[in-house]
Design a protein around this ligand. Structure first.
Ligand SMILES: [Zn+2]
Length: 115
């Protein structure tokens, strides 16, 4: 059987996942996820390894999720600064997902934007 090398860490693992498959539960390919979080564009035409190990997939997913969380929070900050209004769903936080810890931000935002 052909040895598969991880695109991210150059390591080998018995559990490799193709980077052009969708990241479980995210609706985006692993390649697009990595491309959004790094300065490196991944395409099938580059002829580099097309697999990623479990450990690197976990790291890539975390990087993608915190990037999205920071982007969402930044938009909320901008919206609040521009309108001085609290978004309706702010008390729900902008946490990673319903399965992870929700970050309650209202007290923090009151500090950042005192009335
Ligand atoms: Zn790896």
């Amino acid at each position: 059987m052909e040895v598969q090398i991880c695109r991210a860490c150059l390591g080998t693992s018995p559990a490799m996942i193709n980077i052009f498959d969708n990241a479980p539960g995210l609706g985006i390919s692993i390649a697009d996820m990595i491309t959004q979080c790094t300065p490196y564009e991944i395409s099938k035409e580059d002829c580099f390894p097309e697999n990623i190990c479990d450990s690197c997939l976990h790291c890539a997913r975390s990087a993608f999720e915190i990037r999205q969380t920071i982007e969402t929070s930044h938009q909320i900050y901008l919206q609040m600064r521009n309108t001085k209004n609290l978004p309706v769903n702010l008390n729900d936080g902008v946490g990673f997902s319903k399965t992870k810890k929700t970050v309650h931000m209202s007290p923090l935002l009151k500090v950042v934007f005192p009335e």
